[in-house]
Design a protein around this ligand. Sequence first.
Ligand code: HDE
Length: 712
Amino acid sequence: MKTPRKASTIQSANLNDLVSERGEGGEIHQHATLGGERLTTAQGVVISDDQNALQAGSPGPVLLEDFALREKIFHFDHERIPERVVHARGYGAHGTFCCTHPIRNVTRAAPFIERGKETPVFVRFSTVAGSKGSADLPRDIRGFAVKFYTEDGNWDLVGNNVPVFFIQDAIKFPDLVHALKPEPDRDFPQAASAHDNFWDFISLTPESMHTIMWLMSDRALPRSFTTMEGFGVHTFRFVKAEGDSTFVKFHWKPKMGLQSLVWDEAVKSNGADPDRHRRDLWDAIDRGDFPEWELGVQLFDQDFADAFAFDVLDPTKLIPEEDCPVQIIGTLTLNRSVDNFFAETEQVAFCTANVIPGIDFTDDPLLQGRNFSYLDTQLKRLGGPNFTQIPVNAPKGCPVSHYQQDGHMQTAPRKGRINYQPNGWGEGPRPDPLDGYVSYKAPVTGPKARLRPASFADHYSQARQFLISQTPTEQGHIAAALVFELSKCEEPGIRARIVAHLRNIDEDLARKVATALAVKPYPDAAKAAAPTQMDLAPSPVLSIEANPINSFHGRVIGVLLSDGFDSQIVEDLRKVVIAAGGVIKVVGPKIGGARCSENTLHPVDHRIGGAPSALFDAVVVIPGEDSLITTPAARDFVSDAFQHCKFIGYTDTAKPLLDAVSIPHDPVDKAACDTGLCPLSSAGSVAAFVQSAKSLRHWVREGLFDPIATTC
Ligand code: HDE
């Protein structure tokens, strides 16, 4: 655990730094006091005054020769670079990958050959659709890109938080992204798939149905970066020094377990804290609670691939863990936030083609297209071919030696006369045929043609398998999400076409959606290139709810209180929550603090109204003299927590507020928490509350609300 970063304080000396004085003619001179670090131009010339432009007369025309003004504004004018065309909104951190179970028997890849070996990494999480300034919690897939700085060069595992993708061939990607992004005439909706163009494209792209099930599921509303899985998506190859190859699929598994928000909560969270995910990661690293993921691999050979029900090169398919177990091989720890967002998170340049000896590609057509795209996009975004010299992109721990030269922003020119090879000067780097990167000798046969393999034809079976692997609650969320999204489409034909696809996945789901959207007549099932396999077994690991984690680590409890509150309860709660690795945030009427029943002033983290319960994993309600029943934001706080199925701890003093919003609380003597509503009166009851709150949601309560009715 590291010592938490000290909040930066504004030194009072700095406040007095700028001195305003009257000159002889009455003019105002603003200048800095002497001492401390000196301000310079980018050329290193010390600046005497950066508050007043150089003018002829006072006031008078500003002179062209004012190089300090010209340089400052020139640089400001060029501060923006093109944002990423997808995954524009992202957040990164540094960390370490530690190998826990070496797999030398399948790969020579440097990070995986020795137990305890540490490889530095940089990770960037992102949303796909929204622009750089969009909110953190739209319904969307998340990027999970990891750059490993190995001694054999940089390896980028550029994955997502879902294991499958919308399309099977890279040539469709620009259309998919155009359809998803804001519509070109009106430039809305921002960061949302709920619009005609997206669903029109999807309704005409049956191969996307599996990923659509994931996008409509709770996976698309992660509680934080630290509670999502990551997947390499494609099948890659591990290669041994001797050249033998094993297929591999990569999985990141969060140590905090999987956790997601419900839709209404995500919407409110976006309003209350659009930076929720980045703040959560920053805060966790800042308090020394370093987020961790395990890296797992599914390893299989050609025989497995041949026998598997789907093509392992089809990126719209996953391999169920039940069919091919995930072997854990190491741990990723994020332990250092960036020093500068732009320099690191914005300029980091990932590329699927960045591989190291021991890792190779397969013929997955999407992966092949990506290998082309990423280098190309970096050239546009970063303005030249030398972006590999930017520190966050530069290899660490291995020499870089080549004859590439010149170009924009060259900062690492080769010394001397030799800039080519072979050369007879006996100088400069040479290829190493023994230890250099050798591509796996995959045989290539077949005609040159624009063909989709017949083995990619089944578009519905795994969509169905995902659906039936979800709990009834989660299935309800998928139906509600489909209804919400399609209700935002203006063209009724699009809704009907989607229902036609749903009929190939699950008749119940199709009916529910069609009924809620009044799709009439009920459409025939879409014509399928391959019939749905109805007998695929559910894969329980695909459910979030079915795989709870018995821990409160990293979770946040929001405590709603008012003056005169019972400080003993807060004290007891703090002890239990901190011992469980969680965090408490106090929400009170005034940010200046709240007085307890003993009249002591206690700190308050958020003002009521500034922090709705959507921001917390569980809540405690302990008003004092003011019952808060006439405070609308306090009423929303508890009624939202109830509707979002959160665990609610409350004291007797909270009963009027619960009554005011019709929350049927329990009598105090009832066994704690069996309805997710937990009376608090003692240290024991507080401990029982936190123990119950580990299960995060009291989903049974959702039965009181019809998610479809509330979303359409
Ligand atoms: Fe990307 N993708 N992608 N993608 N992708 C980009 O590269 C692309 C795909 C993913 O944090 C771009 O640097 C094509 C699948 C992540 O900087 C671009 C295709 C998966 C990130 C690009 C795909 C991803 C990107 C935009 C279809 C999951 C963010 C900016 C063939 C396995 C990386 C950039 C970061 C970014 C192209 C499909 C993940 C345009 C052509 C599948 C996590 O090059």
